[in-house]
Every structure is written in structure tokens, then in C-alpha cells.
Design a protein around this ligand. Structure first.
Ligand SMILES: *Cc1c(COP(=O)(O)O)cnc(C)c1O
Length: 396
């Protein structure tokens, strides 16, 4: 197989998805609240997510970003609130904070791409922020015991952006279930490809019901959720603004067969990742992050640190792209990458003190390894990668 023949776009198991989508279409009811009981496909997906991650409540919405927004509103983030976020995240994450009218406070990361807990503590003290929106970027988890204990110590409300961490576990417990609320994405470049979509999970009935109403549940629609704790819901009828960010039944129909297969997908992509990193490890200037043995990872992407000077890194990126390996790169001048805080021109970062984030990302390449890849595809990509790297090194 040549690299030109590799399809890098997310794919689907069409047999399963066609069946499920046809079932949804045949009902002709695509709006979740058209069903007279809590048995729409969105309800079914919500129940599956609850069962999978072991949470009490789940709410399907239109994107993870909207789920973050609802979670922040539901826990009380307001226009004068400060919300701590790791400086390495996707541009939509500080955007959701801004959508609440609140102020994002960027916290440094370490060389494993996760929040620096010392800087977190310093910034809790210096800013008196009361919220942490912990973004598990690319599925990397920090020490969850430590972050939870820091949050307890300072009475910080923890929300997890597990948009790209569905299935990742810390000591057997799912990412997204450590704080008051957690969020997963169903956008095509995440583990479950439904095009777009998000799921909010929580064990707190107040947070759940507030999110339900704000997501666009009006009048008696709250009765169509899979929870009978409606006495709490009733407190909020007509009390909250409604943002209409619901999930529709087609999205759920696409996602449901994929959540049924999620564990075998995770096994497969983790094997792919291990094979990929084994082959690349033969070149000593390449370095993969050291993952704690307490983490069950879900590796549908690789973050690859390569010790080369700046101009060679740029050369490597363009040569890999020319070889049909769509790698991106976090460093370099004039880089427009949406995961670099310096590029978030809508934020005033002139006073942000982040000595390590940029340095820790500078040598790092980022590559998606889609779920449909086979071991053969992976070996092929890894060998081409090494060949291109050797050529770039030898021309230096
Ligand atoms: C993809 C992603 C988001 C945004 O998810 P959407 O569903 O596209 O809104 C937020 N945070 C992280 C860490 C992500 O990877």
C-alpha cells in the first residue's frame, strides 16, 4: 500500500450505521421530544453513555463546546467569574468561557501535555478563581487524585472537558466523572464519529436539570428525560434562558452502534498506537510521552516530540505532508494552529505567565490515527515517516 492510498478521514461501519439511521428515519420523528415517552434515540444514547462511564445523568446536545457552556452556566459561572483552563487546549474551550461572559485564566502545562499542578495552585491563590475547566487535551490525563484534592482544598468547582477523552480511565474510573460535570464530543475527529454532537454527564440532579432546560427543553418536555427526579426539575420551569443546543435523533442513531463497539475500537487503536511508537522509537531523536500506568489510554492520535532545530522541523512537516501524512506541528513562527494560546487573538494574554506551555509544545508534532487504520496501514505510515525524517536529517 502506498501512503497516497490511505484515507485519513474518519470512517464508519456502514452496515451498523445504515441500519440504525434507517430505523430513525422510518419513525419520521427526528426531534427528540416528538416521542411521547423517554424512548427517543437521544434518550437511548444518553442511557448508553451513563452505563458506559458510570454516571447518573447524561444529556445529549449539539456539540461538546455547547455542553461545556451549559455545564459552566449550570454550576454558576457568571460574568464576573474566573475560570481556570490549561493553556494547551482547543480554541473553543476558552470561547465557551467567554460565552458565559466569564474570564478564562490560562494555566501552564508540563511536558506530558497536561496541566501543571504547581502552576494551578499558584493561579488559584493569585486569581481567587473558583472554577477549573480541566481540558484533557488529546486524551492525556494529569494525576486525577492530586487535581481533585487541590480542588477540594480550595473549594474549586471542577468541570472536565473530556471531549477527546471518552474511554480514558484513571485507576479504572472514566475521565469526565471526577468533577461536578464532564463533557464528551461526537465530532468526526473523536472516537465516536457522529459528524457533530456532545454529551454532558453529571451525578448532580440540579446540574442535570438546569442543563436540560437550558439546552432547549421547554414546557413539559422535561418529562421526556430518563429520570424520575422531576421534583427537582420543576423548580426550574421557566426560570432559565433556553439556548436550543439539543441533539437530534439522527445524530444519536449514528452514535449508538459506535458506543456498542467502543471497547473493541479502543483495543484496536491502542494496538495501532503501540506498533506506531515501537517503529518510530528506533530513531533516537523521537520521543513519545510517558503515560502513567494508572491510566487506561485511548490513543487515536500521536503527539511526537522530535529533537530537531526549527528550520528542520518545518522542513519535516512539509515533507511529511507531501508524502500524504497530514501531520500538524505546534511550534514555528506564523503557525495558525488553533491549539496554540498565542493565536487566540480574542483573548488578552499580555499578562499571562506561562513559562512552559510554548516550550513544551514547540518540538511537538500531532498526528491523527483514525479508528479504521489496520496494523498494516500503521506500519506503512511509520516506515514512510522514518524515511522522510532520515532524509531531512541527512540534508542538515
Ligand atoms: C474537539 C474538542 C473540543 C470541541 O468539541 P466539539 O464537539 O467540536 O465542540 C473541545 N475540547 C477538546 C479537548 C476537544 O478535543
Amino acid at each position: 500500500m502506498k501512503t497516497e492510498e490511505i484515507s485519513w478521514e474518519a470512517e464508519l461501519d456502514l452496515d451498523a450505521v445504515n441500519f440504525s439511521v434507517n430505523q430513525a428515519l422510518n419513525t419520521k420523528k427526528l426531534f427528540r421530544y416528538q416521542f411521547k415517552e423517554s424512548n427517543s434515540l437521544v434518550n437511548i444514547l444518553e442511557n448508553e453513555v451513563c452505563k458506559y462511564v458510570q454516571s447518573d445523568f447524561a444529556l445529549g446536545v449539539s456539540s461538546a463546546t455547547n455542553a461545556i457552556f451549559l455545564a459552566l452556566k449550570a454550576v454558576g459561572v457568571k460574568s464576573n467569574s474566573k475560570v481556570l483552563i490549561p493553556a494547551f487546549t482547543f480554541t473553543a474551550v476558552p470561547s465557551a468561557v467567554l460565552q458565559c461572559g466569564a474570564e478564562p485564566i490560562l494555566v501552564d502545562i508540563n511536558d506530558n501535555y497536561v496541566i501543571d499542578l504547581k502552576d494551578l495552585e499558584l493561579k488559584i491563590i493569585s486569581t481567587e478563581a473558583k472554577y477549573l475547566l480541566l481540558s484533557h487535551m488529546r486524551g492525556h490525563l494529569c494525576d486525577m487524585d492530586k487535581v481533585v484534592s487541590i480542588c477540594r482544598k480550595y473549594s474549586i468547582i471542577l468541570i472536565e472537558d473530556a471531549a477527546h477523552a471518552l474511554g480514558v480511565k484513571w485507576k479504572g474510573k472514566h475521565a469526565g466523572t471526577f468533577g461536578v460535570a464532564g463533557v464528551y464530543s461526537l465530532q468526526s475527529y473523536k472516537l465516536i464519529n457522529a459528524g457533530e454532537g456532545g454529551v454532558l454527564v453529571t451525578n448532580d440532579p440540579e446540574v442535570f436539570w438546569k442543563s436540560v432546560f437550558m439546552s432547549g427543553s421547554y414546557e413539559k418536555n422535561y418529562l421526556l428525560h430518563s429520570s424520575n427526579q422531576t421534583d427537582i426539575a420543576e423548580k426550574y420551569i421557566n426560570q432559565l434562558p433556553i439556548f436550543n443546543v439539543r441533539m437530534n435523533n439522527l445524530t444519536a442513531a449514528i452514535a449508538i452502534p459506535q458506543i456498542h463497539n467502543i471497547e473493541s475500537t479502543i483495543d484496536k487503536i491502542n494496538e495501532n498506537y503501540i506498533r506506531f511508537s515501537e517503529i518510530l522509537d528506533s530513531n533516537k531523536i523521537i520521543c513519545f510521552p510517558q503515560e502513567s500506568s494508572l491510566i487506561r489510554a485511548v490513543r487515536d492520535s500521536a503527539q511526537i516530540r522530535i529533537k530537531l532545530n526549527e528550520s528542520l522541523r518545518l522542513k519535516l512537516k512539509s515533507e511529511l505532508n507531501n508524502s500524504n501524512i497530514p501531520i500538524s506541528y505546534f511550534g514555528g513562527k506564523n503557525n495558525t494552529n488553533a491549539r496554540l494560546y498565542e493565536n487566540w487573538k480574542f483573548l488578552d494574554i499580555s499578562n499571562a505567565v506561562l513559562p512552559n506551555t510554548k516550550r513544551n509544545l514547540e518540538e511537538v508534532f500531532d498526528l491523527r490515527l483514525p479508528t479504521h487504520f489496520t496494523i498494516t496501514t500503521i506500519e506503512n505510515i511509520a516506515r514512510v515517516f522514518l524515511k522522510v525524517l532520515k532524509k531531512v536529517e541527512s540534508n542538515s
